[in-house]
Design a protein around this ligand. Structure first.
Ligand code: GLN
Ligand code: ZN
Length: 767
């Protein structure tokens, strides 16, 4: 018999029950017992779903009230000393303090940001590999001590066992746990903590064994990264010692290929190995070649990172070769935890039948696994229903005219090779743009959005519910645009924006107007804590039926003779924050989006909008996990951006914005985007990160953010003057712009106005 299992199930709940319970708890509307009751209900449901799908084990250890790394910080007893918890503080209170700090959670404007807190700041948050999920970063110092300090995992195991489930417990492996943490004191290596950490893992494994758990999945996804030699070398001794606990370990790797870590991984003394067979099917046979005869191999054949229905015939064919070699030692699973896909497709009643037939969310993915098991252990005929649905979907996707649009493919085929180049060199453009706009030295601008007030959200909601007419909605948004434009004029800003009042989200807004995109009603995926995102689904060739932003921008421009900056989201960011097609390379989809944005840029220029910003906050997070793949990625991503930006004349000024500034390793690629102006986040690094641009002799203009928009604090003129002086030490003053770190949509008007007034004063002081 083939064993099937899952690496993890989304915990947020089919209707985001966990999110709502958490937020009620944080607001003091429900107590801890009632939050715990919701958590338990969700686990019970999720285990039942796994059982119904025919899984041989249910997963325990994938549930978390906020984050799985945070669960491990408590399990392993390494809450940082700076929180200074007294004995009396209950575990759950400590948990949320670690996650959210002592003051309340500051809003995070964009994906990739660490919310900033007053008081005891929360643990830092960062992206989990190349997903849009954020984990809390463990902090390590030379004094870090570990001890088994939470019974939560064991309680959950007992809970599942009491329901009669066969349990596979899951843990984040010790090397991955340490690797993903940060050293908080100098001249200390967190790997030195391993000696202390192993006994605690040993204790956990021993306890699980005593509870009758047969298998423990131990996640070591860092084995799919480029690892420093010391880390590679640590694997064998660590696993030799963990193996001594006498429980079966299933070492789980995912998000890529093992490559240079393949031999090392295959030789580790564990009872089983899981590999990602979706992103790296080429490694299957190499792994089997190296696998000792007693080990099981779990193949992750169902895509845990995307929402497409599997092609079961294809999956079966791939698996059958492995089955012939491994017999019953073959296990099957999704490629990674299903926490990266929405819960249940059956909630999507608004999608048309055809499109829905192409998709599979977490529940459906487990059913696919069940069908594969039946096909292998019995016959395809016994799983005929699932296989024929999969076949029909694959054929209709291949042939559908909704997917394939020859106008798009023809346009791409005939795209001139220099379509990604501006007409002349930046130096020439700069002269033309300077004489066109006649901006003062240290020109001031903002990043695009202004406060998304209650009124704006209420108007949008009313419009969606048909309680406000299209005309009424337009009028309401125009009023907001006018308000923001007038405020900017009063504040004395040089380059204005319309304020993005009409945008719910910087990707959704464009996706809704582009062909080739679909939207779910309930396709939520956890981003961090209670925050969920609902990524659009790019299912077909992308094209732009009509202009998307010109009316709003022109309206804003009609209110002033000052330059009004058009505001667009770039192709790489739209790609990165969506579920994308798996029937063509990401680069092809990026290029299609780029052409749609290019058309918008050209239309804006035609409408006399002389400055256009194309936001690309996600370029950096799109970097592949392995350095060897960076070059190719940066080449197509950069070209996509340039394609979107290069349809205009030299006098039109293209801006881009990125909400981070750690560019050091990709500066040449950033410079090659050739945006006339780039605005970046720098205030929190005290301008230090701008040095890289200076050392690199970054050629074009830069607006290093002079204040942090994540905090309601109002920066003083003096501190911004100081930051700008620092910036002028590394970048020629005539190339500097003055702007906040990012958009202001999460802020309120009073603090926004006060901060911008000081910012304008700082720029004036320097002129
Ligand atoms: N223009 C967007 C805004 O100001 C940029 C957001 C972002 O960088 N994520 O909101
Ligand atoms: Zn930003």
């Amino acid at each position: 018999m083939t064993t099937i299992h899952s690496l993890g199930f989304p915990r947020i709940g089919k209707n985001r029950e966990l999110k709502f319970a958490l937020e009620q708890y944080w607001r003091g509307e429900i107590n801890a017992e009632s939050l715990e009751a919701t958590g338990q209900e969700l686990r019970v449901q999720h285990w039942q779903i796994q059982k119904n799908a025919g899984l041989d084990y249910v997963s325990v250890g994938d549930f978390a009230y906020y984050d799985q790394m945070l669960n491990h910080i408590q399990l392993l007893g390494c809450e940082p000393n700076r929180f200074d918890f007294t004995e009396q503080v209950p575990e759950l209170n400590r948990y949320f303090t670690l996650a959210r700090g002592v003051a309340n959670e500051a809003a995070s404007c964009c994906s990739g940001h660490t919310p900033d807190n007053q008081g005891t700041w929360a643990l830092e948050m960062t992206k989990w590999f190349d997903t849009n999920y954020h984990y809390l970063v463990p902090e390590f110092t030379a004094d870090t001590h570990f001890k088994l300090n939470s019974s939560r995992l064991f309680d959950e195991v007992a809970e599942a066992q009491a329901l009669g489930h066969k349990v596979k417990a899951s843990l984040i492996g010790p090397l991955t746990f340490l690797y993903l943490g940060k050293e908080k004191t100098a001249s200390f290596d967190r790997l030195d903590l391993m000696e202390q950490l192993i006994p605690v893992y040993g204790e956990i494994l021993f306890k699980l064994k005593k509870m009758g758990v047969e298998w423990v999945q131990i996640d070591e996804p860092i084995l799919c990264l480029d690892l420093p030699v010391e880390w590679k070398a640590a694997y064998e001794p660590v696993y030799n010692r963990l193996n001594a606990a006498g429980i079966k370990l299933l070492l789980a790797t995912y998000f890529g290929a093992l490559e240079d870590n393949l031999v090392l991984t295959c030789n580790l003394p564990v009872a089983g190995l899981h590999i990602d067979a979706v992103r790296a099917s080429q490694q299957i046979n190499h792994v089997i070649d190296r696998l000792a005869h007693y080990k099981v191999l779990s193949l992750g054949v169902i895509d845990g990172r995307n929402i497409w229905r599997a092609d079961l015939d294809q999956a079966l064919a791939a698996v059958e070769i492995a089955r012939a070699r491994l017999g019953e030692r073959l296990w099957l699973a999704p490629s990674c935890s299903l926490q990266h896909v929405p819960v249940d497709l059956s909630a999507e009643t608004a999608l048309d039948d055809e499109l829905r037939s192409w998709l599979a969310f977490a529940v459906q993915k487990l059913e696919e696994l069940g069908a594969l098991k039946v096909a292998i252990d019995q016959s395809v005929a016994s799983a005929e229903h699932a296989f024929s649905a999969s076949r029909t979907a694959a054929t209709s996707r291949r042939q559908s005219t909704r997917v394939h649009n020859s106008d798009v493919t023809d346009r791409i085929a005939s795209l001139p090779t220099d379509a990604d180049q501006r007409r002349s060199h930046f130096k020439n453009r700069q002269i033309l743009q300077r004489s066109r706009f006649k901006l003062p030295l240290f020109p001031t601008t903002s990043i695009g959005s202004f406060p998304q007030t209650k009124e704006i959200r209420a108007a949008r909601a009313a419009y969606k519910r048909n309680e406000l007419t299209a005309d009424g909605y337009t009028k309401a948004m125009q009023a907001e645009i006018e308000l923001s434009v007038n405020k900017q004029i009063q504040l004395g800003l040089d380059v204005l924006v319309h304020g993005e009042a009409e945008r719910n989200d910087m990707v959704e807004y464009f996706g809704e107007q582009l062909d080739g995109f679909a939207f779910t009603q309930n396709g939520w995926v956890q981003s961090y804590g209670s925050r969920c995102v609902k990524p659009p689904i790019i299912f077909g060739d992308v094209s732009r039926p009509k202009a998307m932003t010109v009316t709003w921008t022109s309206f804003a421009q009609s209110l002033t003779s000052q330059p009004m900056k058009g505001m667009l989201t770039g192709p790489v960011t739209i790609l990165q924050w969506s579920f994308v097609r798996n029937d063509q390379p990401r680069s092809s989809t990026a290029l299609q989006i780029a052409l749609a944005i290019r058309d918008e840029v050209v239309d804006l220029e035609q409408a006399n909008i002389g400055i256009i910003q194309i936001d690309e906050p996600a370029i950096r997070e799109g970097l592949p996990l392995r350095r060897a793949d960076w070059k190719a990625y940066l080449a197509w991503a950069g070209r996509a951006f340039r394609i979107s930006a290069s349809g205009v004349s030299d006098e039109t000024q293209i801006h881009t914005h990125m909400c981070y500034s750690e560019f050091n390793d990709i500066l040449p690629a950033i410079a090659s985007l050739d945006a006339d102006v780039i605005t970046i986040e720098t205030s929190r690094s005290d301008m230090e990160l701008l040095r890289g641009f200076g050392d690199f002799n970054y050629p074009n203009e830069i607006g290093p953010g002079v204040y942090d928009i994540h905090s309601p604090r109002i920066p003083t003129t003096e501190e911004m003057v100081r930051l700008l002086k620092k910036a002028a030490e590394v970048i020629p003053a005539e190339n500097l712009w003055v702007n906040p770190d990012c958009g202001l949509k999460t802020r309120g008007w009073p603090e926004t106005e006060a901060a911008l007034a000081n910012m304008v004063a700082a720029a004036k002081a320097l002129r």
